[in-house]
Design a protein around this ligand. Sequence first.
Ligand SMILES: [Zn+2]
Length: 427
Amino acid sequence: MPVIRDAEIEQLLRDYAQPILRVAGLAKQNVRVVVLGDRSFNAFVMDGRHIFVNAGTLFDAKTPNEVIGVFAHETGHLAGGHLQRLREQLASAQTASIIALLAGIGAAVAGARSGAAGDIGAAAIMAPQSAIMRSMLSYVRTQEDQADHAGVKFLNATSQSPKGMVDLFKRLSNEVLFNSRFIDPYMQTHPMPADRVAALETLARASPYWDRKDAPELVLRHELMRAKLSGFLERPDTIARRYPASDHSLPARYARAISTYLHSDLRQALAQIDGLIQAQPNNPYFYELKGQALLEGGHASEAVAPLRQAVQLSHNNPLMEILLAQALNAANNPKLAEEAVALLRTAIVREPEAPQAYSQLAVAYGRKGDLANADLASAQAAFARGDLKTARQLATRAKTRLPIGSPGWVQADDIVNVKPNANAKVQ
Ligand SMILES: [Zn+2]
């Protein structure tokens, strides 16, 4: 599943999630929101450290409050320590894994009843599967009710309205009613019978914050996020319909500028982006877009100035630093390569798993003629991509070029000695 990395979207979603996580007592767990490049509506948690949300959810959510409501519900699952994998497997049933899972649960239930481990195979065969399925579904249902309750509690504790959560869930359950062939993945992972939505609405309407509206500044950022997703992910004709030329709002101009830079003329796109910068001279993401358009249009040297602005205005966001370093590298000037190395080294401290940061670091060292460190950075890039074989080869070569026992040599040595399973991506 492709992950969308974008400084603007990630910052907005952090701002949506942080107050909720704080009142849920999860502030110290460093929970990250991860955006998946999938058009369908879905959000879920699989471990204690991430909330996954599809781009489609951000697209479909009409207000910040709706996304915040989804995060409140998911945080309810996190705070409740619910068994996410089990819920998902149950929800997508009819697979071999669910049968095996149910058989295993049947065995455990039978074993517990007889007071002994017993013969698992025999117990599984004897277990009445439909009864187990019913009891597991009621277990899932209990978790959903708990997450709804916790979600409303978190929203109340942060003086935010639970209305968005109710509106969104209502919309989802109606979609399923009217189109039985279309089952949204969110409905599979969070079964939403009508009585659940009704119970949630009763609870939510009792909130003193039911009528509270999102701050206008947040609404604008939300609309800019949706416009950006549209600009990058949708076809030009779809964008033109969604944001017709008669719409002079900032989000509409943003979506059109992105579409112009991706699909038509660079000079025209730059004029549109300059218009955005004029409207919001302190918005780092407009400078980022300008730099990106110039860089990808083959004008690396011209991209440097707007990207410097983007880094400064975003308070050194590491994704911005990586993009600026890419422009500095592409400008092909040894002095700028020196600056790129410094930027990337600080970005990597905060983004230690970004392959792009290491591959740009390798380019920067290469420009400086430092082949030992270029090899090490290339090895780290391959490692971050999960290509352990290439990582080992490059790290082995880096070791022959680095002074034995130096910090770089030790890092290379670590990669050479990594066991294959230690490289498995932890979610
Ligand atoms: Zn749920």
